[in-house]
Every structure is written in C-alpha cells, then in structure tokens.
Design a protein around this ligand. Structure first.
Ligand code: M6R
Length: 609
C-alpha cells in the first residue's frame, strides 16, 4: 500500500524523505514522488516505477530545502504514471499533498469542483482532495483541513504542505495509519514506525479525524472541532538495525533467521522461565471472566488467519472451549448471532489491516469483548481492542509473514494453556512440562536454520514444479495452509493445502506423474492414516516429500524424501515444522528469480478493504 513521509526541521529534507521512502518500500508501490519547499516555492519531483528512478531524477535536478513530503504510490485510481504519482497540487498551487487510502465520494466532489472551474490533471481520487482543499482554503490551513475532512468519505492519511506556511506540515487521517515524532533536528511523519526510527523512537499515533501540525521544534494536535489536544508519546524500543537488511540478501531470510529470538522474546513476555510459570497478569482475563467465557471467535486475514486456525485447535484441545474461526473480510457478512460470554480474538501483525479493523469494529459495536494479538504497539487494532496480547517479533518488512506467524501461534498456544489451566482442563504439572519443552523450541529452530542447505538443494531440484500440494491432518492441515500460502505468494507456483483425507474426494484427480506433494506428519497418532493418503498419491506418480516429528516407521518407506525434525510433543511440533516450509518457499522463489521481499501485486500492509 502507499507510504507517506514528511519532514520539517533544520536539515536538508530531500535525503530524509528518500531514506524514509526506502524504508517504506516494503509496503509495495509503483511510483514515487517528493515535494520540498526550497525557500521560494514548492518544487516537486516524481516518477513512475522504482525509487531509484526518482533518485536518478533528483541527482540530475536536486531540490534543497528544510521541509517536504514524500510518497510511494500503490495505484488504485488511475494507472501507475508520472501524472498520477503523488504529490498532487490544487489548481492555484496553494498547496501540495500526499495521500494514502481511498476517497469513496471522489466522483461527486470532482463534478462539483469541475463545475466551479477546477481543471484536473490526473485520474486519482487524491487530486480531488488537493483541489477541494485549495477550493475551501481562505488562509487558515487548519480550518480548511477540518472542512475537507467532513466532506470526504472513505479512508485517508494526508500530509500537506501549504505555500503560505511552508515550514509546517499538516497531517490528518481516518482509517489509515499515520505516526508522527519529533527528533533532535525536526519533526517527522510517516505511515509506519520504521521510516522514522533513524531520527526518533518517541512517536505519537494519530487517531481518526485528528490533525497534527508539525513544526521544526514541536508538534501540535487538534481534534475534529479544531480544539487543541494532548496526545501520548510512545517509546519504541525496536532498534534501527531491526528494520534493515544488514548482510542478508533478502529481508525474508533475515526474518526467518530471527525466529529463534522472536520466539524467545514472545515466550519470555508471558512465561516466567525461571520457574516455568505463566505470568497471569499478562493475560486480560481473571478467573471470574474465564468462568463466564462460553466461546471464542477468531478472525484474521492471510497468515494471521492461518495462525488462528492453529489457535482454534489449541483452544479446543487445551482449554476445551468451543471456537469459531473466520476470515476477517467475510466476518461482517456472516449474519452472526453473538451470545453472551463470547470473546473475539483478532490477529494482525501490522494492526492496520482494513478488513480486520472493520470486522473488529463491527463486533465491538455489538458489545463483544475484543482481544488483539498484534505485533505493532500503537497500531489501530492495538489501540481499539479492549485488550492486547502483543507478539514480540520486532519489525517485519518482507511481505511474506514468517517470524510474526511463529510469534502469533506462540501467543495463541500460551493463551490456550492459561485458559485451560483456569478452566481446570489442564493441571499445573502438564502446563509446566509443556512450557519446559516449549523453551527448547528456539534451539531446535536454530538447528533447522543452520542446516538449511539441504532445503536449498531440494528447491534447486523442484523449483520448476507447476503445482505443489501440501497435505496434513489435524494441526498439520493448519500448517499446510500456511505452507501453501508462503510458497504461492513469493514463488508464484500454484500451491494448495488439503486435509489429507479429503484428497480422494476430488483433488486427487489433479495428481499426475511428477506432481510435488509435501506431506506434513507432525501428529504421530495420525501417521498411519496419512501414510495411506501418501500411498494414494504416490501410486499416481507424485513425488512426496515428508516432514516428520522424529522417526516415523509408518512413513519412511512411502515417500521420496523425508525431513525428520527433532522429536517433540505433537502439539508443539508445528512450531518447528513451519520453519522448513518457509525456507522451502524462500529457496523456490530465489531459484525462480522472483522478487522475494516484494512479490508482484502484493503489499505488506493491506490498508484498503
Ligand atoms: O498485518 P496483518 O497480519 O493483519 O496482515 C494480514 C495479511 O495481509 C498477511 O498475513 C498476509 O497474508 C501475509 N503477508 C502473507 O505472508
């Protein structure tokens, strides 16, 4: 999705804007631009394609000045082109602005503006906001912004530079993330924290219908009525390197290699490791709340949804609770009848996914208590949920979620243990023995990462596969869903997950000579059953790779290759088994020459519905 940056201060703005845009590039974009006040006017440079194209133009025609705004655009209205790139100006050049989001009533506003003499140059909904702002502006930027905010419908984050007040950057948002912060040399705005980490770690998250005015020495905030308000400053302790690629070729590989740390950090937030005890004060329910709990509903999108699929199994098995899980974008249309005693768990790495936010708001309106599992402090979901169970994966930049998934299933598992204990479904001994075993998971993951060459070799033999089927039973089916998504989104190989027992009800018709089937067999008690399913595809010509939880004699003779993982309790084995699946997707994508960190058509943070 689009990315916004802005800076006003004592330093040269252009390099700061470009640095910020580079950090936001992971969100996905197809054009980029900047506008800088150069002391006598606002000068724009913009270009279609990669940021390096814009940088090339800036090398030839530099702009110097101390305040400016920048943007990476992910096209929605109007094709990716110079004309449609942001920033956009009003017809009288009183202001320029950059915008994230979608203006839903842009056509009616455009008609009104055209009838009043505005000439449009682009096809974007954003230019409508620029023209409208210019149209209502009578010398008071704040009042003009408040008027426009009331007129536009949809989602927006706006950073605006006015000719009359060029050392200030005006920011406003609704349903689109925006964060501001003040550093030693000036004030910054961005769509996401990493873009300003190099300058400040003390940030403020904008809320809907608020305005922030950035000046070199401070930031003022206003509510939708124009009244001055105070807002909390949050300290972000991610370090700058956490959001940089370092010596790794891709963020995705860096983030897979960070999994042992992400897992350990998350575990240690919720578990006192010296006595293997869950920290009850970290969970938002006491014994009374748990008594009243009748059902859990889980929602999320993509990988977060897949984490929820694992969560459903943990809650059912460990806490003996009924659980429903749904894709967030479908949740609103399901006509649910909520009952008393229901708890909604919303899962999101970014905390900014529009579908998840919309579903969460709908549930809240109906009086359902919402707990978020989220990786980003201060994000919309973290702010709006009734309580938050944070994951401690650190910034995740690659579009493909890896370490955040591991951290999400860790939190879900620990929450299920906590609820299971309070509900009397698990005794203290069982909980501490599972925690004991869980604390060894980072070492097992590290060993898998250290031995990744074997996976690379397998990928070098299999990357030409046209279809890959991931099969599993029980928890392994949930794992298969995530493995299939990982492979398809970054390697563009068609891949699907199937409950192994379901193959013979239709899908097996697709199996032909040389089809690649990856069988996940971490659930030992199901190994004999899945061995039969493996045979069914093998006799039809499939090559079968099997991932097993320790040595499984049932499986050995039935497949072409086995990756035997460290033997673990069945319920814990998926924590390790997901890692070779992520590595397999990574190496397949590298072999195929794909853009691993920024796959085609995808964005890291999906802030439109
Ligand atoms: O930030 P979120 O966890 O809410 O994002 C949800 C999905 O867009 C995300 O998990 C997506 O499916 C992954 N990038 C896939 O790897």
């Amino acid at each position: 999705m689009c990315g916004i940056v802005g800076y006003t201060g004592y330093k040269d703005a252009t390099p700061i804007l470009i640095d910020g845009l580079e950090t936001l590039a992971y969100r996905g974009y197809d054009s980029a631009g900047v506008a800088v006040w150069n002391g006598s006017g606002i000068v724009m440079r913009k270009e279609k394609g990669q940021l390096k194209n814009l940088e090339e133009i800036l090398r030839k025609e530099p702009i110097f000045g101390n305040s400016g705004i920048g943007h990476t655009r992910w096209a929605t209205h109007g094709e990716p082109s110079y004309i449609n790139s942001h920033p956009h100006a009003d017809v009288q050049q009183k202001l320029v602005l950059v915008h994230n989001g979608i203006i839903e009533n842009y056509l009616s506003l455009k008609t009104m503006l055209v009838n009043n003499g505005c000439r449009f140059v682009s096809d974007t909904d954003t230019e409508v906001v620029a023209q409208l702002l210019g149209y209502v502006y009578k010398g008071d930027p704040l009042s003009a912004i408040l008027t426009v905010m009331r007129m536009i419908e949809g989602s927006f984050a706006l950073a605006i530079l006015f000719m009359d007040d060029p050392h200030s950057i005006y920011c406003a948002c609704k349903d689109s993330p925006m964060v501001v912060g003040i550093g030693e040399d000036g004030a910054h705005v961005a769509s996401d924290i990493p873009a300003m980490l190099a300058y400040t770690r003390d940030v403020t998250f904008m809320s809907d219908m608020q305005v922030a005015v950035l000046r070199p020495n401070g930031i003022s905030f206003y509510n939708e009525f124009g009244q001055s308000i105070n807002k909390a400053v949050i300290h972000i302790d991610w370090d700058i390197d956490a959001a940089k690629k370092g010596t790794y070729e891709h963020y995705m590989m860096k983030e897979i290699c960070e999994e042992p740390v992400a897992f350990r950090k998350t575990l240690e937030q919720y578990v006192s490791v010296k006595d293997m005890r869950l920290k009850s004060d970290c969970f938002p329910w006491n014994a009374d709340d748990v008594d009243k709990l009748k059902r859990i509903r889980i929602i999320g999108c993509g990988t977060a949804y897949h984490a929820g699929v694992m969560g459903k199994k943990y809650f059912s098995e460990l806490a003996k609770l009924p659980v429903e899980i749904e894709i967030a974008s479908e949740f609103r249309y399901s006509g649910h009848c909520f009952e008393e005693g229901e708890q909604l768990i919303v899962i999101s790495q970014s905390g900014e996914t529009a579908d998840t936010i919309a579903a969460m708001r709908m549930a809240k309106q109906r009086g359902i208590n919402v707990t978020a599992i989220c990786n980003v402090i201060g994000s919309t979901i973290a702010r709006e949920a009734d309580s938050v169970l944070f994951t401690y994966a650190g910034p995740e930049i690659a579009v493909a979620a890896t370490k955040s998934y591991l951290a999400q299933i860790t939190v879900l598992f620990l929450t299920a243990l906590y609820l299971g204990k309070l509900r009397g479904a698990l005794d203290a001994k069982k909980v501490s023995s599972l925690l004991e075993e869980l604390s060894k998971v980072p070492t097992h993951i590290q060993n898998l990462i250290n031995e990744r060459e074997r996976i690379q070799f397998f990928a070098s033999k299999s990357f030409a596969s046209k279809h890959v089927f991931f099969i599993g039973r029980g928890l392994d089916y949930g794992l298969a869903m995530e493995a299939a998504l990982k492979l398809k989104e970054i390697s563009y190989i068609h891949s699907e997950a199937y409950a192994a027992g379901e193959l013979k009800h239709g899908t097996i018709a697709l199996i032909e000579d040389g089809s690649l089937v990856v069988a996940l067999v971490t659930q030992r008690h199901l190994s004999a059953k899945i061995a039969s399913n493996i045979e069914e595809v093998r006799v039809r010509g499939a090559n079968v790779l099997c991932i097993t939880n320790g040595y499984l004699p049932d499986i050995e003779g039935h497949c072409n290759e086995v990756w035997q993982l460290e033997s673990l309790s069945e319920i814990l084995s998926p924590f390790c088994a997901i890692v070779p699946m992520q590595l397999l997707a990574y190496y397949m994508a590298v072999q195929r020459g794909c853009s691993v960190d920024k796959p085609r058509n995808l964005a890291k943070s999906v802030t439109v519905e």
